[in-house]
Ligand binder design. Structure first.
Ligand code: WTA
Length: 652
């Protein structure tokens, strides 16, 4: 394993023996009861059939729970038909819950909107009609490039309603990244905005978006533009239309047609170990079942009274599963906030918790560590007593951050649920159940009921308690990815070829003496920067696409706040100059090629890169350099003096 956390984390977790059992009061009233685990163990896949029928409203009941005959291509709830938008919207209105708030929206400048289930249902119906009038049909792909505004959720649900497949592209990705995703999915419609706000400044994604569209393939027939802040828009007559022109005037009558349980719901691109991001495909019935199940049980959700706030952007899977889908399917009230945590001041999140009486907060360790740095005095100025469950996601949470979260944000007595999962898994896979599990700072602990997790060695044999290895999933699960868009072979190769008959997650993990799981970070070339997935090769490709760069190697170096940070080593071409300018130029170049989140923290110009005799770059050694450690065993290098040369050039 080559993760930075490993050394330190092992030390820490060997010392970690604190336990926080739920209070008797919490346990007695909890949504998830211990019997859930027994039930799941006894029933196997049928456990999920029960949940699917309990949590969703089906148009046609399914006849088979799981078809695994064409493994690793799974079919769940075979023969069933269901509409995701109907489940998220109409059925709540029909049941008399139309007046319940679905979304409290707070824009970065402080503008607010309160949207009830009845209103959201109407808006989605209008959008569905508008998209259909633009020719969008079932199965067509729709690219979504929007800030965190209600229209993002409306767009996703409108697509789901008509059976169009959304492909949300994070607003922080560049025009080029958007273009390659539009092309790969052959999107027909693009929904974007004229801008957003970032740190108090109006910002326009649209010029970048428009540039990308102009160069995109000819599959895009229309672009719908939401007016958010009146930034200048590059407009293509005949192709581009305003949201308010096509949606506001559309009819609010629209019947949700049932879709097959295995109808594609969305594609979401994520970084893998190669340069090209993979389009992860999720389908309808299984995805909705497991996201709704986990949202309810992991967070101890009470839809009538809770205010749920997941801080993730809809551009990531967390924003799909726990903003756009599960909270609405479960009929909950949620907060959506457009901006950054420090605008206009560093107490903004806590002000929001106080204002909306947020009771369940779900965020990433990187955010928690940032707040730790800003100081506990800031959250302590606000009334956070509404909080009763705290969630963590995206990267391993260090015990210090876990304790701070519990004490400073949770007032010392609320359960913390550390949830491990991936874009590919669709929903939580490992997480304590509040009210059942005695939590341990830093550990995601136990598999979700109905999920078969294991840690295995190089040969695929389960490791004993007290040892580490590779995290695998032994049985198919309802919200599993159904493939990689347009590339079935890559799906098999990436996830199902490392260990026979098991899904290989790409993470290292350890079982402690109680058999609880500790996540140790990626074992492949995927980095985790502030909980965002980026691949080393993707950034290397971006760097070498610049005319000054001959070769590049990228590593993730541990970083106190962001978990990992991008550190790049580059060899310049003969004519290029090694100065501050080149570093700035290359950082900006990566920003343009992939997006600002991918900009390396450091770019180090070196004369050579360490390679094995077979020509493979030894990232492990570069990581030692990037983390300021003594360089490890370099005997397999083709030229053992290279690390010295690098050290000398960096000292200069
Ligand atoms: C990491 C985000 C430790 C892990 C939902 C995984 C975590 C990758 C945790 C997926 C956690 C996510 N503890 N590591 N609780 N949650 N990860 O696809 O390395 O953006 O493989 O999905 O994030 O990132 P993705």
């Amino acid at each position: 394993m080559s993760t930075h956390q490993q050394g330190d984390a092992f030390e820490n977790l060997l010392r970690e023996d604190r336990r926080f059992p739920p209070s008797a009061e919490f346990a007695a009233a909890a949504v998830a009861q211990p019997a859930l685990y027994e039930e799941a163990r006894e029933q196997g896949a049928e456990f999920w059939a029960g949940q699917a029928r309990k949590l969703l409203t089906w148009d046609t009941d399914f006849t088979q729970t799981l078809d695994w005959s064409d493994a690793p291509f799974a079919k769940w709830f075979v023969g069933g038909t269901v509409n995701a938008a109907y489940n998220a919207l109409d059925r709540h209105v029909e049941a008399g819950r139309g007046d319940r708030v679905a979304i409290h929206f707070e824009g970065e400048p402080g503008d607010t909107r309160t949207i009830t289930y009845a209103e959201l249902t109407e808006e989605v119906k209008r959008a569905a009609n508008a998209f259909e009038s633009l020719g969008v049909q079932k199965g067509d792909r729709v690219a979504v490039y929007l800030p965190m505004i209600p229209e993002a959720v409306v767009t996703m649900l409108a697509c789901a309603r008509i059976g169009a497949v959304h492909s949300v592209v994070f607003g922080g990705f560049s025009a080029d990244a958007l273009r390659s995703r539009i092309d790969d999915a052959e999107a027909r419609l693009v929904v974007t905005a004229d801008g957003t706000y970032r740190r108090g400044e109006p910002r326009a994604p649209q010029p970048a978006g428009a540039g990308a569209l102009a160069r995109a393939g000819h599959t895009v027939t229309n672009v719908v533009v939401v007016r958010r802040n009146e930034q200048p828009v590059e407009w293509t007559e005949g192709r581009d239309v305003w949201w308010h022109d096509v949606v506001d005037g559309a009819s609010a009558e629209h019947t949700a047609v049932p879709h097959d349980a295995e109808h594609p719901l969305f594609i979401l691109y994520t970084s893998g170990t190669t340069g090209k991001p993979k389009g992860i495909l999720h389908t309808t019935g299984g995805y909705l079942t497991q996201t709704a199940f986990t949202h309810l049980n992991t967070f101890d959700l009470r839809p009538e009274t809770d205010v749920f706030w997941c801080t993730a952007d809809i551009g990531w899977v967390t924003g799909h599963s726990y903003v756009a889908y599960a909270p609405l399917v479960n009929g909950a009230t949620q907060l959506i906030y457009e901006g950054t945590p420090d605008t206009p001041h560093q107490g903004r999140w806590w002000e929001l918790v106080q204002k909306y009486k947020v009771s369940i907060l779900y965020t990433a360790p990187t955010a928690i560590r940032t707040f730790m740095k800003w100081g506990r005095e800031i959250p302590q100025q606000y009334d956070l007593s509404s909080i009763r469950v705290l969630g963590s996601v995206g990267e391993p949470i260090n015990p210090e951050a876990w304790m701070w979260y519990r004490e400073v944000i949770g007032g010392g007595n609320v359960p913390i649920v550390d949830t491990w999962w991936q874009t590919e898994t669709g929903a939580h896979m490992i997480a304590p159940m509040p009210g059942v599990t005695a939590t341990k700072p830093g550990s995601a602990q136990v598999a979700v009921p109905g999920i078969a997790i294991d840690v295995v060695d190089e040969l695929g044999k389960p490791v004993p308690d007290g040892s580490g290895g590779y995290l695998v999933i032994r049985e198919p699960w309802p919200s599993m990815l159904r493939g990689i868009w347009g590339d079935p072979q890559r799906f098999k190769d990436t996830y199902w070829s490392r260990f026979d008959g098991m899904y290989f997650a790409g993470d290292g993990a350890k079982k402690d003496d109680d058999g609880d799981l500790w996540l140790l970070g990626r074992v492949d070339d995927v980095m985790n920067i502030s909980g965002h997935r980026l691949s080393t090769t993707e950034i290397e490709s971006a760097l070498v696409s610049h005319p000054s760069v001959a070769e590049a190697a990228v590593v993730g170096a541990s970083d106190e706040t962001t978990g990992e940070a991008v550190v790049a080593f580059v060899i310049l071409r003969g004519s290029a100059k090694d100065d501050d300018d080149i570093v700035t130029t290359l950082r900006n170049h990566v920003g343009k090629e992939i997006g600002p989140i991918a900009k390396p923290r450091n770019i180090l110009v070196v004369p050579e890169l360490p390679k094995t005799r077979s020509g493979k770059i030894m990232r492990r050694l570069l990581k030692d350099v990037a983390e300021g450690r003594e360089v490890g065993d370099a005997t397999t290098l083709s030229d053992p003096t290279i690390m010295q040369q690098i050290a000398v050039s960096l000292r200069k």
